[in-house]
Every structure is written in C-alpha cells, then in structure tokens.
Design a protein around this ligand. Structure first.
Ligand SMILES: *[C@@H]1O[C@H](CO)[C@@H](O)[C@H](O)[C@H]1NC(C)=O
Ligand SMILES: *[C@@H]1O[C@H](CO)[C@@H](O)[C@H](O)[C@H]1NC(C)=O
Length: 257
C-alpha cells in the first residue's frame, strides 16, 4: 500500500505545482487552468455590490449573463434577508429619537420597490435585463396590484404609531397614476400617512434627484424635521435636505437617475 500510494502523491503534488506556476503566468494561461473570472455568479455578485455601493451608475440594464443571479437574489431569500437586516437597523435608529410634541417630526419613504414591490412586473422583464419600458410599466402600475414589502410595511406602521408624519414621495406621474397609487397603497395596508406626493406637471422631465430635493425643501420650509429617508434608489437619498439619516434599500433591477 505504501509503495503504491507514494507515486500517486508525488504526481498530485507535481500537478499542483504546475497549476500554481501556470496560473501565475496570466498571459499564457491555458484554457484548462482554473480561473475565477470564468465564474459568472462571482462576476454578478461583484456587479451587484458595485451597483448597491453606487460605484456603477446610470446603468440601463442588468448584464444579460446576470439574469439568473438577480432572479435568485430577488426570490430565493437573500433580498428579503437584506431588507430584514436594514429595516432592523432603521428601527434601532427610530428608537433613539425623542419626538417633539409640535407634530413636525417627519419621515420620508419612497414608494416603488420601497413600500410596494414591482418584482412581479420585473420578472417579465428578465429582472432588469430588458430596458425600461415606460408604457409597460404604466400599464402595470395602473392595475394597482403591487404587493407590500412586508418589512417596510412593518417600519411604516411603527413610524405612524410612534407619531412621525410619514410622507410618501414618488416619481410616479400624478395625473396618470395618482388614483391607482392611492388605491394600491390602501389595499396593501399603508394607512395613516401624512401625504402622498407624486410628480406633478411642474416637475415633468426633471431628474429624480432634483425633483425629490425640491419636495423635501418645501417640507423643511413648512417646518418639518426630516429624521429619516428611505428609498431603493440613490436618487431617493442624495441631493438637498436628504434627512438626518438615509437608508438605501437594495434594488439590482433598475436605476433611476
Ligand atoms: C462561483 O462564485 C460563487 C460566488 O462567489 C461561489 O459561491 C461558487 O462556489 C463559485 N462556483 C465555482 C464553480 O467556482
Ligand atoms: C438633523 O439635521 C438637521 C439639519 O441638518 C440638524 O440641524 C440637526 O442638528 C440634526 N439633528 C440631529 C439630532 O442630528
């Protein structure tokens, strides 16, 4: 047995040494040399991290090779775990705030993929591999069937019960989607918010950052103190009067400038 094993071990060691040498010589790497860059799941993980950290911006579509990765992320549990952890962190922050009794302690929540989910719609768009389709999205939103995101609904209820004035601020067009959005929020249990603010004609064509900054400025001028601001887009939480604390929820399916 000893005799027959030794040569096997020596051969294995030689192969390992050979592999190590060949893998260092990057330019001459043979096709069979193990390489991490060939792992598309690893690439997609890097892509998603870069997107969430705002290191990749103004991207139009999810890389085609990542549609399965994004699907798995969104529906197999990790997205929900991420939301659960973030909302836990937001609730801890909420618990540190002492509200005044003047009724001007405010909180801002985005609507799409913050309060209510478009996951069902994006499933039909290969989780963002297909470019944004304004007409398709409008038709979907008009149905008023976006499901509540449970952890955010829990946060919403906590904020309302604690006494915050909750403002829902969305880039959805007021004229065409106002009614459907009001009904959708109601049928998903978002009751007791202070105001739902949709994009009026005055803000048509204005970037989300500018529009949302302007809305927050008006609230601050009305006397509100914005303690927190939560959205799935960087454009929700950047710009002026962003709030004392901002929280970015994950969304690897689309980017709104
Ligand atoms: C590909 O990368 C993912 C994420 O880093 C990892 O979990 C998986 O094991 C890798 N697969 C292979 C075949 O290396
Ligand atoms: C909240 O932000 C406002 C405006 O930036 C600032 O004046 C205030 O001190 C902040 N409050 C706390 C508790 O950080």
């Amino acid at each position: 047995m000893f005799v027959s094993t030794m040569p096997g071990l020596r051969e294995a060691a030689l192969v390992l040494v050979f592999l190590a040498i060949c893998c260092k010589a990057v330019n001459s790497r043979p096709f069979w040399c193990p390489t991490d860059t060939a792992n598309s799941s690893g690439y997609c993980l890097s892509w998603r991290l870069a997107v969430e950290a705002n290191n990749i911006r103004a991207w139009r579509t999810v890389p085609t090779q990542c549609s399965r990765h994004i699907e798995a992320y969104m529906i197999a549990g990790q997205y929900q775990r991420d939301l659960n952890l973030i909302v836990g962190s937001i609730c801890s922050y909420v618990d540190t705030i002492t509200l005044s009794d003047d009724g001007f302690d405010a909180w801002i929540l985005d609507v799409d993929d913050t309060c209510i989910s478009n996951l069902f719609y994006y499933r039909g768009k290969r989780y963002g591999c297909e470019p944004f389709d304004p007409l398709g999205f409008r038709a979907w939103a008009l149905q008023g069937e976006c499901a509540a995101i449970p952890d955010v609904l829990r946060l919403f209820n906590k904020l309302v019960e604690t006494g915050f004035k909750v403002f829902l601020v969305t880039g959805r067009d007021e004229e065409t989607l106002g009614q459907a959005t009001i009904q959708n929020l109601e049928n998903q249990g978002f009751l007791g918010y202070q105001r739902l603010i949709l994009r009026s004609g005055a803000y048509k064509g204005v970037s989300a950052i500018t529009y949302k900054s302007e809305i927050r400025k008006q609230l601050v001028e009305e006397g509100y103190r914005i303690w927190g601001n939560v959205g799935d887009q960087w454009s929700d939480v950047q710009g002026d009067y962003a709030g004392n604390r901002t929280f970015k929820l994950p969304n690897p399916m689309y980017f709104i400038p």
